[in-house]
Design a protein around this ligand. Structure first.
Ligand SMILES: Nc1ncnc2c1ncn2[C@@H]1O[C@H](COP(=O)(O)OP(=O)(O)O)[C@@H](O)[C@H]1O
Ligand SMILES: [Mg+2]
Length: 623
């Protein structure tokens, strides 16, 4: 890991960033984004825009109001500038006495003030309304995205990183929000201003209009020159930022490992490489980004000077009015503004559309299969049968082969076998986290594919190999197993799991708030809470996957008593490393490379002197 070059780092961590951005689909279908369109560019713009529109079109009334307000505020701006023409002309050409002129000037100033005030008020209202529309729309997008996430199968989460999912909720939706809120209004008002100004210009003087319009190609050329370069650097900067973020994320989550192996200084060196690279790209992006303003400004100034010069000539030679020249000079300045606005908004639009595509891709990912034949039998007694079950997580890579077994109600079945043999995978299939490739799994004779998914899982109490606790009190965390459980039942479940005594020693007992997935608890304590959560459930089927692997043998012996009570009258599948815990099972399955190679009771298997005997005596020797 030490001394990797910038190139290598970029590739590693950019790939991570790129993978996070990728589109995914059901397994087997190649990710759409791998080849084809370059990263970060929207691919199906029309469809995406239509879909985004469906989110804001709900607020049609507000949008119409926004457009009306925008029309008012831009026309007041135009009127405010046009009114200068009669004002100046009267002051210059009229022979009225000075006093009258001053009164007229004051009168006009009040009118101009009124016009601009109206512009400010309408502008304010328009912003408020649009903000309301865009934030409501992004709230709905976030809701839809979160809802789809809840419906997605475990397989989806296998292929996505947490960071990738998070960035959809943050970056991508922020970009969409920015576009809906600012870009749309800016573009519309730029268009109105452009059209309005143009009409007024033609009305005032077609000759001067030609002069200004002649500058448009120059403006466009300059804008596209700068925009092209700045967007190139901008993309590079984003990807460098991705690498930096990826690196930080990894070293923060792996901080303990970094410290244990003394990798701090190597980490710092690598980070400096990436950081320096980001600085260079940032400089390019910001340099060209910042160039836009001055370039536009200078072209505008030239245009201004030429307009004033030609206007002056027209006054002298063709009887054009000074008021007309003066408003034209201000139009020359105004005219370039919408053009640069549009060009500056294009990168926001691209970012938002690309983000929207990533968000919609998650929404469109195939949800967990919903059954056609929904079967919610009054009760499942707990007879579980697997017939010739074959399964692989990835196509072509079989993990389980021809697994057949029957668990009669109330029986205890144990799975033993080395790491990676496929023990956890069997439990993943029983509760339908994944769909099997062939064979059948039945509950009380009914294929699990014909049982309602929620109902099926309601009938299985599970202690997963990876513990997870939510932010909330100990009480709430245990009650997660059955929401209608009383406080007494929670305490009872904690006692069953031998968690009661340590909970009582916590600062606030059952009301202690658990944070950050239980960072304030030991791994063993986390496991005990997970057991208590399963213990509170009344499900007829119980699955314990290495439920006590981090609990010391003394506590484990303590639990045993409670566990026996827990397993009573329930069909139990237990996976354990310590063979002492599986000894009293009704049947023990020895799993090796996805196949059951031995099965029987403890005594039968010992007598067999096979793999189980080896495992068992091996453990004994270690003791
Ligand atoms: N989500 C997954 N995606 C792909 N392969 C997986 C996944 N989970 C487990 N595997 C593979 O399946 C095999 C069995 O894993 P598992 O059932 O977790 O073993 P264990 O017996 O230790 O519980 C392992 O070889 C592992 O690499
Ligand atoms: Mg496992």
């Amino acid at each position: 890991m030490q001394g990797r070059s910038l190139d290598e780092l970029q590739k590693r961590y950019n790939k991570a960033a790129a993978d996070k951005k990728q589109n995914f689909g059901p397994p087997g279908r190649p990710a759409r984004n791998r080849q084809g369109a370059p990263e970060g560019k929207p691919k199906n713009t029309g469809k995406t825009v239509k879909r985004l529109w469906s989110y804001i079109s709900k607020y049609k009334f507000r949008l119409i109001l926004v457009v009306l307000l925008m029309l008012t505020s831009t026309s007041t701006a135009l009127a405010g500038s046009y009114i200068m023409r009669p004002l100046i002309n009267r002051l210059v050409y009229d022979d009225a006495p000075a006093q009258e002129k001053i009164a007229y000037l004051a009168h006009m100033l009040i009118i101009i003030g009124g016009i601009y005030l109206a512009g400010i008020v309408t502008g304010y209202l328009q912003n408020r309304l649009m903000l309301r529309v865009s934030t409501s729309a992004s709230e709905r997008i976030r809701n839809d995205l979160f809802n789809s996430l809840q419906a997605l199968p475990i397989r989806f989460f296998d292929s996505e990183t947490t960071g990738g999912i998070m960035s959809r909720f943050t970056n991508d939706i922020d970009n969409i929000d920015l576009m809906m809120n600012q870009t749309i209004t800016q573009l519309v008002s730029a268009a109105i201003t452009l059209i309005g100004t143009f009409c007024l210009m033609v009305y005032t003087s077609w000759q001067l209009t030609i002069v200004i319009v002649a500058f448009v190609p120059l403006l466009l050329a300059a804008v596209s020159f700068v925009a092209k370069r700045s967007s190139k650097y901008y993309t590079e900067q984003q990807s460098a930022l991705g690498a930096v973020n990826g690196y930080i994320e990894e070293s923060v989550t792996g901080q303990k490992v970094v410290k244990v192996f003394n990798h701090e200084s190597a980490c710092v060196d690598e980070f400096e490489l990436l950081n320096n690279d980001m600085r260079r790209k940032q400089m390019g992006a910001q340099f060209f980004g910042g160039l836009m303003g001055p370039v536009m400004h200078n072209i505008t100034q030239i245009c201004y000077a030429v307009t004033a010069g030609v206007g002056g000539l027209l006054c002298l030679l063709a009887g054009f009015d000074i008021g007309g020249v003066s408003i034209f000079a201000s139009y020359a300045r105004q005219f370039s503004m919408p053009i640069s606005t549009v060009s500056q908004q294009t990168s926001t639009i691209f970012a938002a559309l690309a983000g929207a595509e990533r968000v919609f891709a998650v929404m469109d990912a195939k949800p967990e299969k919903i059954n056609d034949l929904v079967n919610t039998e009054p009760s499942i007694s707990g007879c579980v049968e697997l017939r010739d079950v074959t399964f692989g997580y990835l196509p072509g890579k079989t993990v389980l082969r021809n697994i057949s077994l029957t668990a009669e109600p109330g029986r205890k079945i144990a799975f033993v076998g080395s790491t990676g043999a496929g023990k956890t995978t069997i439990t993943n299939l029983i509760n339908r986290f994944y769909e099997i490739d062939s064979g059948t799994i039945t509950f009380d004779g009914t294929d699990i594919r014909e049982i309602d998914r929620d109902y099926l899982r309601k009938n299985i109490a599970m202690v997963l190999q990876d513990t997870h606790l939510f932010t909330g009190t100990v009480m709430e965390n245990i009650r997660y197993g059955r929401l209608d459980a009383t406080d007494d039942e929670v305490v009872q479940a904690a006692k069953t799991a031998s968690a009661h005594s340590f909970i009582m020693r916590l600062a606030d007992g059952y009301n202690t708030v658990i944070e950050g997935d239980g960072a304030n608890l030991s791994q063993g304590q986390r496991q005990l809470l997970n057991i208590a959560r399963a213990a509170i459930s009344k499900a007829p089927i119980l699955v314990l996957d290495e439920a006590t692997s981090s609990v010391d043998t003394r506590t484990e012996r303590h639990i045993e008593h409670g566990m026996d009570r827990l397993m009573k009258n329930r069909t139990t599948f237990v996976i354990a490393h310590r063979l002492s815990t599986v000894r009293n099972s009704d049947a023990i399955m020895v799993l090796e490379r996805g196949e059951i190679i031995e099965r029987g009771t403890h005594d039968e298997l010992l007598a067999l002197k096979g793999r189980y005997y080896e495992l068992y005596t091996g453990v004994r020797e270690l003791d």
